[in-house]
Design a protein around this ligand. Structure first.
Ligand SMILES: *Cc1c(COP(=O)(O)O)cnc(C)c1O
Length: 407
């Protein structure tokens, strides 16, 4: 279907991100197919579902067989609860001590990596009635980011286990380099975790659920047999790195399209954009498109990136402005105002760069490109080729309801 048609109700900006929820579902199924039986998939939807829209991604992932969600901040978890999501939600990193009560109130599971946070959780539950608070203990096995050193982790786990108001949801760790070809350090990390589990057994504590693998670990079979995996980037159909390709059946969920707002002839010597960094070497045609660094189309893409017009490369001309870019109209192409310009493509087939292409141009990872797409770009959600919902920064529309669009 042509998602640039005005058939989309309500009318939105020409620049839009298309999120294919069927791709999210297919990616969940592909991930689950490589898990040992009984192993569960926790869908990581932090940072607004890697820029895709956390509520929509979460719902699609849960429907496709994910059993829990992972977020980085209390606010992200509360926002999923406000959307009516009742599945388990794990805070995968540290939270501020002041936020503990709010996290418990929203029934979010808390990851503890130090004594101070555990004490704050224990203080909070003494003043609270209701169900147990689920706590996960994170072990630092060599990433040296969040988590407790192994001996301290054993002590934290023991305390959680012995506290009647707490339930030990799991013991976790996070790989430092599962996205590299060399597995040696990942294996060392798994050994450190196994020593912790052995110490627990020595204390008579039943073996807890463990979760270790991110997308790269899951795809490569590192720690993917530990009860739960925490998958983020692969859920969105984007490979974790060059060394870790996607599984068969996976595909990117997100593309970005826009429409040409002006067609202009340039004569030899004409300059384009701020500071005149591009000068036409011969007569040519250029097109204006309404996307810029205010949308997360980064300024560093100037003189490197391109767009897709009629399935042909259309190179960027001059600087990226906050709200606009100018691209070359490929030679011999007849183009008019209102025509489609592809900004980010899922597979490069429409000649626009993929998320991985943009990441390479900016010397960053695919994660940062996705997360950098700002809320100002409307998200259009497709299911079975039909528009199911539209989210802009001021309203959310679904086929049966609309909120915030009264003006
Ligand atoms: C972000 C994150 C993940 C997901 O990683 P991907 O590489 O996106 O699959 C898993 N676990 C933790 C602790 C994370 O911070």
């Amino acid at each position: 279907m042509n998602v640039l048609q005005n058939a989309i109700v309500p009318p939105i900006r020409a620049t839009r991100a298309i999120v294919d929820l069927d791709a999210i579902a297919a990616n969940v199924q592909a991930l689950r197919s490589v898990l040992t039986s009984g192993c569960e998939l926790l869908a990581v939807v932090k940072a607004d579902g890697y820029g895709h829209g956390a509520n929509w991604v979460a719902t699609a992932a849960l429907e496709a067989g994910a059993t829990a969600l992972g977020v980085a901040t209390v606010d992200e978890g509360v926002s999923l609860r406000q959307a009516g999501i009742t599945a388990p939600i794990l805070l995968i990193g540290a939270i501020d001590l002041d936020e503990v009560a709010r996290a418990c109130g929203a029934n979010l599971q808390i990851t503890v990596g130090d004594e101070t946070l555990l004490a704050a959780v224990q203080r909070t539950i003494y003043n609270r009635e209701g169900t147990d608070v689920v706590v996960h203990v994170k072990v630092d096995t060599g990433l040296h980011r969040y988590g407790a050193a192994p001996d301290i982790a054993v002590e934290l786990i023991r305390r959680v286990y012995n506290d009647a108001g707490l339930r030990l949801g799991g013991v976790s760790t996070h790989f430092a380099s599962a996205d590299e070809a060399d597995d040696e350090f990942s294996a060392e990390q798994l050994n450190v975790l196994d020593r912790v589990l052995k110490d627990l057994a020595g204390l008579g504590i039943p073996r807890p659920a463990t979760h270790v693998a991110n997308s790269a670990g899951t795809i490569r079979g590192l720690g993917a047999d530990r009860g739960v995996v925490r998958a983020g980037i692969s859920l969105y159909g984007v490979p974790p790195s060059h060394d870790v390709p996607l599984l068969p059946g996976m595909r990117p969920a997100l593309s970005v399209v826009s429409r040409i707002t002006r067609v202009m002839p340039l004569s030899r010597g004409d300059s384009v954009g701020y500071n005149r960094t591009f000068r036409a070497e011969s007569d040519m045609q250029a097109a204006l498109a309404p996307i810029g660094y205010g949308d997360g189309y980064r300024r560093g893409l100037a003189h490197r990136s391109w767009a897709g017009i009629n399935a042909r490369h259309a190179r960027l001309l001059g600087r990226v402005s906050m709200d606009q870019i100018v691209v070359e109209i490929p030679e011999g192409q007849a183009v008019a105002v209102g025509d489609t310009v592809n900004i980010i493509s899922t597979d490069g087939e429409d000649a626009a760069p993929t998320v991985a292409d943009l990441a390479a141009m900016l010397d960053t990872n695919t994660y940062e490109i996705l997360v950098g797409l700002r809320a100002r770009i409307p998200r259009v959600y497709l299911r079975a080729g039909e528009v199911e919902a539209v989210r802009t920064s001021s309203m959310e529309w679904t086929r049966d309801s609309i909120s915030g669009a009264d003006c």
